[in-house]
Design a protein around this ligand. Structure first.
Ligand code: 7PJ
Length: 394
């Protein structure tokens, strides 16, 4: 029997719990727009539970039991899940449900009651989607301010290309590109500043210059000092899964079960970060679309994205303009993959992903606004008050 409301006894040692190979995973299914989630009045119902205190309710759970390289899966209603005798899995079943339900604390002051848009600002001459157009700090600053005006909640500044096949960039080179942009944006933007880097020195310097979030595609593994630098910064940290290094990661990536292995990895990195003194409230997890994954791997992760809420931290998804969108649609030029990227963003929002990382902020924002209003039946914000236009299109 699994209790719905707290009280789960904890393992004495959190590391001990995580070190045992996880056998049980749960994926919330039967997702639907939460009733009046903005007022925070959880419905008196046993048929659905709020997902991560966000904008969706879930009505059932796909319970996945790992059997070596295979999985056994079945869908249980919430009542069945809670009443079942889980035997040796009792603790895990209870913890997973609690992790799915727990409201997520704000990140750097921003509430997670709607999908946040993270706008990508590349400050790399070899960046595949900007083709070097943003080489100068001025251009990057202007681009960042444009993304904010288009509705970005977070600006993700990246000066180290981590796209597949790219070469490493030196600390000095990265700092030389990045610092003028962080400094140039200081005081000129209300958006949170995120820094896409794997290097401890860049993290330290960015934190001192006023950054809000550290976004590390190596989940603080690339630089042996990164964990300590991130902990000392007291900033929010995005931990992303990548299989191997950017240079070689797309060479024949293999998994027994990509979703479960990425979950294991992120769970271990969250435990490592907590052990290093980074509060769970400051962590975000990202399955790392395109980082050591085939199209099939990416699509399985997209389909099963809601499973990652069981990590108990906000989920970030970055699918924007990536190769798998080109493969699915036949669109070769990355900059022409806007509509496909919006499709991926809506799929992620529909699974409760709290942060969506995109190049095309205006298009994503417009799509999310209409999607949100359409699934919830309510518009938010000032725009609709008193409007009743004559023509549908004017
Ligand atoms: C991601 C990222 C991602 C996070 C890049 C690209 C490649 N950071 N940095 N998640 N991708 N957290 O934008 O295509 O998916 S660089």
């Amino acid at each position: 029997m699994v209790r719905w409301h707290g009280g789960a006894t904890r393992f004495r040692d959190e590391a001990e719990r995580v070190s045992m190979a996880r056998e049980l995973f749960v994926r919330p299914v039967g997702l639907m727009a939460a009733a009046s989630h903005r007022e925070g009045d959880e419905q008196e119902t046993t048929a659905a539970l709020r997902l991560a205190g966000g904008w969706l309710d879930f009505m059932a759970l796909e319970v996945i039991e790992r059997r070596g390289p295979d999985r056994r899966s079945r869908i249980l209603g919430l009542g069945e899940y809670c009443e079942r005798d889980w035997g040796r899995h009792t603790q895990a079943a209870s913890d997973l449900l609690e992790a799915l339900r727990g409201p997520r604390p704000r990140i750097a002051g921003l509430p997670l009651d709607r999908p946040l848009v993270m706008g990508i600002v590349n400050i790399t001459p070899d960046s595949f989607s900007d083709g070097g157009r943003l080489e100068t700090a001025e251009a990057a600053i202007a681009h960042a301010l444009k993304l904010e005006a288009e509705g970005a909640d977070i600006l993700d500044l990246g000066a180290e290309s981590t796209r597949p096949g790219s070469e490493a960039v030196s600390v000095d080179e990265e700092l030389g590109r990045l610092m003028p942009v962080i400094e140039g944006l200081a005081g000129r933007t209300k958006a949170l500043i995120s820094i896409d880097t794997r290097k401890a020195e860049v993290m330290r310097r960015a934190a001192a210059a006023g950054a809000d979030i550290l976004n590390d595609v190596s989940a603080l593994e690339f630089d042996p000092e990164a964990m300590e630098a991130a902990a000392e910064s007291r900033l929010t940290v995005v931990l992303m899964h990548a299989l191997g290094d950017p240079k070689t990661m797309q060479v024949d990536p293999r998994y027994d079960d990509v979703t479960l292995e990425v979950f294991d990895y992120l769970e271990r990195r969250i435990a490592a970060a907590e052990a290093a003194g980074i509060d769970r409230a400051r962590l975000v997890a990202d399955p790392g679309i395109g980082f050591g994954k085939t199209v099939a791997h990416n699509l399985q992760l997209m389909r099963e994205l809601a499973l990652f809420h069981a990590l108990g931290v906000p989920v970030l998804l970055g699918a924007s303009r990536k190769r798998f969108i080109g493969t699915l649609t036949g669109v070769e030029v990355a900059a022409d993959r806007v509509a496909g990227s919006v499709g991926a963003a809506l799929a992620a929002a529909g699974q409760g992903a709290q942060i969506i990382r995109v190049h095309d902020v205006a298009a994503t924002r417009q799509a999310l606004t209409v999607w949100e209003a359409s699934v919830s039946g309510a518009a938010t914000g000032e725009r609709i008050r008193g409007t009743s236009s004559g023509s549908q299109y004017s």
